[in-house]
Ligand binder design. Structure first.
Ligand code: ADP
Ligand code: MG
Length: 698
């Protein structure tokens, strides 16, 4: 297989230098190998032949067998078209061509029996069925093969240059015929254990399937192989790091942890919280540096987990820090943690960009002499002037706002590097996390504390606006606060800003008795912080904002979240926004305001929000609807785009299988030096490294 990577596409039979250039540009196919990996996007079933009498409503592409009765041309210039009247013996339909008319009228004749393959549509005006530019083959010719036929991804340019799905198929068939031996790339034990077809057979079956069953087996094997490279690469990186990086050993659970757990906790931990704390305890006494990601829905109690893990470090004579993405969040964490830690006599300090010089100096000193045990802050924490005496654990809240570089700088704050715990409220499906987070171990808090009232979510339209405002008024009169969120999307920036500002004015006019804070991403940070502060402290009752408030802000008194143009938000984003309310004792409401004319997919998306409070269900659905390439955290990695046949969204089972075999391979042969793995190791080197840069994934 790897030899095929060295064959320039122009030497494949039927291609030549001109077309090679075109294909390289349009499809990024440069070598014979690339061409073989250009898999069909889907398949059409040509095992059934339809009769025109059976055509109905919405049909996929189908094939019909019959003869042309006449060919006539109509119209002039751009409107010129060729119409072939086609019959299957009992009924008739029109076949239409708008391009290449001359060639077509020469190529086909009346009387010959053909199979035409295309999508039927019904024209009320002529009261007749028709097909536009179908595939037409003489019965019995090579092209008329029955059974499953692959449909290849193409571009408009290629189509206009006369390169069709069929053309590509023919090249691939030629290529496979010219290479009767293709070296197997998977280790032999996998082929036999999983009962996979050999590589060449799998390629033949995926491009020219003999049956649905052989196609399924071939696709399974090719997907597996693709995912195996990725999982092996990830696992190898992780293991290398683990063996190379010594970790501080926290063997004791000491008085801070125990006293806090036994005397200060106002409630019992959820099982999920306990499990995650246990996983962290295993990590920090293993002797290796921990790099763990904790996924937990909004409100699942991540802060407490963070604190307990930091207490483990402090119990073992080390310092701890917690880093948040914004000043407001850092301040909130500081207040929460100080409140809890004070009870057991731990000194907590806050360091942000706006910390005064004198305080800053005092913090620097306290960190150096070890008297400060717990530091909370923004990215100000990673500055070089901040030095710890003995930093044992760093917690990062809402990780996707931090770059990998900043994570790296935290590592440098101690030798050996501190343990790292990353918290995210953007849950992604486990198999996806396993892949896109690369070398992080993943924990999940999949349970909310008991008694949490789900946020009541409803979908409303413009004509309901007055009612919505009335309901909002009732909440405000009861002393509650409300968020009103507008989309702000780059392409439409001016327009969006206008509707945001108009919304702000409307709200001020509608609720003259209340103070309205106003925040958007284009504001100076000081202004933004000031406005947020107004709302967080309760001085303002309403906050009109863009999604800048998405992450982490905690105002338990806020019980209303109105999302304007909800149809323009992704599911995960809506869920994040909704998580800003329902944080206090009172029942909360989330109102999705939408345009009336929305497509079916959009309506489904919004209705899902009204039906489930579960972030993981929403994340799964989001991924299925949008594809994993759009998910938080996967965007930078490029991994979703590097896949040619597998899908991170739907191939979870195969991802797990691949992970398992990656472990088996590396357990037995960590450096991939065994002769049985030689071809696999070579393919791995050629496949993975230039596609995905793991260091870009955070
Ligand atoms: P998030 O995971 O969104 O960061 P927080 O850590 O802010 O969630 O917790 C949300 C709220 O739930 C806080 O008020 C916290 O005190 C409370 N909480 C956390 N764990 C529990 C628990 N086991 N039982 C009851 N309440 C809890
Ligand atoms: Mg939080």
């Amino acid at each position: 297989m790897n030899r095929l990577r060295e064959i320039d596409i122009q030497y494949v039979k039927g291609i030549g230098p001109q077309r090679a250039k075109l294909i390289a540009k349009e499809l990024d196919i440069h070598t014979a190998y690339d061409l073989l990996c250009h898999y069909p996007r889907n398949y059409v079933d040509r095992s059934r032949t339809y009769r025109i009498a059976d055509f109905s409503g919405e049909m996929p592409s189908v094939q019909v067998r019959g003869r042309f009765l006449t060919f006539t041309t109509h119209g002039e210039g751009a409107k010129k078209r060729l119409v072939g009247l086609f019959t299957d013996g009992t009924h008739r339909m029109e076949i239409l061509w708008f391009k290449g008319i001359q060639g077509i009228s020469k190529a086909f004749s009346t009387g010959t029996e053909y199979i035409v393959f295309g999508k039927p549509s019904f024209f009320a005006a002529t009261n007749a069925w028709s097909m536009v530019h179908p595939e037409v083959d003489v019965v019995g010719s090579a092209g008329s093969t029955e059974g499953l036929r692959g449909v290849y991804p193409l571009t408009e340019t290629l189509r206009n240059r006369g390169i069709s799905s069929r053309t590509i198929h023919t090249w691939i068939v030629n290529l496979l015929a010219a290479h009767p031996n293709i070296t197997e790339t998977l280790p032999p034990f996998i082929i036999s254990e999983l009962n996979f077809p050999p590589l060449r057979q799998a390629l033949i079956d995926v491009h020219t399937p003999r049956s649905a069953d052989s196609l399924r087996k071939a696709r399974e094997r090719l997907k597996f192989e693709e995912l195996l490279y990725i999982q092996t690469d990830i696992l190898r990186t992780t293991r290398r790091r683990k063996t190379a990086s010594q970790g501080l050993v926290f063997s004791r659970v000491g008085t801070f942890f125990n006293r806090f757990y036994n005397e200060c906790l106002p409630f019992s931990l959820t099982d999920a919280q306990k499990r995650v704390i246990r996983e962290v305890r295993e990590d920090v006494r293993s002797g290796h540096q921990m790099n763990r990601l904790v996924q937990g829905d909004v409100g699942s109690g991540k802060t407490l987990v963070a604190l307990m893990c930091m207490l483990l470090a402090i119990d073992n004579g080390a310092q701890a820090c917690l880093m948040a993405p914004t000043e407001i969040l850092a301040t909130q964490h500081y207040e929460t943690l100080r409140g809890m830690a004070a009870q057991i006599g731990i000194d907590v300090r806050l360091l942000t960009g706006s910390t005064r010089t004198a305080e800053r100096r005092s913090i620097h000193r306290g960190l150096m002499d070890g008297s400060i045990q717990l530091l909370v802050g923004t990215h100000a924490l990673v500055e070089d002037t901040v030095q710890f005496r003995n930093l044992g654990i760093a917690v990062i809240d809402e990780q996707h706002r931090f770059g990998v570089a900043q994570r790296g700088r935290l590592w440098g704050k101690n030798n050996p590097a501190p343990h790292i715990l990353i918290m995210t409220a953007t849950p992604i499906p486990r198999t996806l996390a396993m892949t896109v987070y690369g070398d992080l171990d993943v924990s999940v808090i999949d349970q909310l504390p008991p008694g949490r009232k789900p946020v009541e979510t409803i979908l409303r339209y413009e004509e309901n606006r007055l009612d919505v405002y009335k309901a909002l008024g009732r909440q405000l009169r009861q002393g509650r606060q409300a968020y009103i969120v507008y989309p702000l999307i780059e392409e439409n920036e001016k327009l969006d800003l206008k509707s945001l500002e108009e919304g702000y004015e409307t709200i001020r006019e509608t609720f003259p008795d209340y103070k309205v804070a106003f925040v958007h991403g284009r504001m100076k940070p000081e202004t933004k912080d000031y406005q947020m502060e107004l709302f967080a402290t309760g001085k303002a009752q309403i906050l009109v904002a863009t999604t800048v408030i998405e992450v982490g802000v905690n105002v338990p008194n806020a019980t209303v979240m109105i999302i304007e143009n909800a149809e323009r938000f992704g599911l995960s984003q809506l869920h994040q926004l909704r998580g800003r309310v329902g944080r206090g004792a009172e029942k909360s409401h989330c109102i999705l305001m939408s345009r009336h004319q929305i497509g079916r997919d959009t309506r489904q998306r919004l209705e899902l929000m009204t039906n489930t409070p579960d972030g993981f269900i929403i994340a799964e659905a989001d991924m299925r609807m949008r594809g994993p390439g759009d998910m938080e955290g996967t965007r930078q990695s490029g991994i979703a785009f590097s896949l040619r046949i597998a899908s991170l969204a739907t191939d979870g089972r195969i991802i797990q299988l691949a992970r398992h075999y990656a472990e088996l391979i590396l357990d037995a042969d960590p450096l991939l030096k065994h002769p049985d793995n030689a071809v696999f190791a070579r393919s791995l080197a050629l496949t993975v490294n230039h596609n995905v840069d793991w260091s870009k994934i955070s």
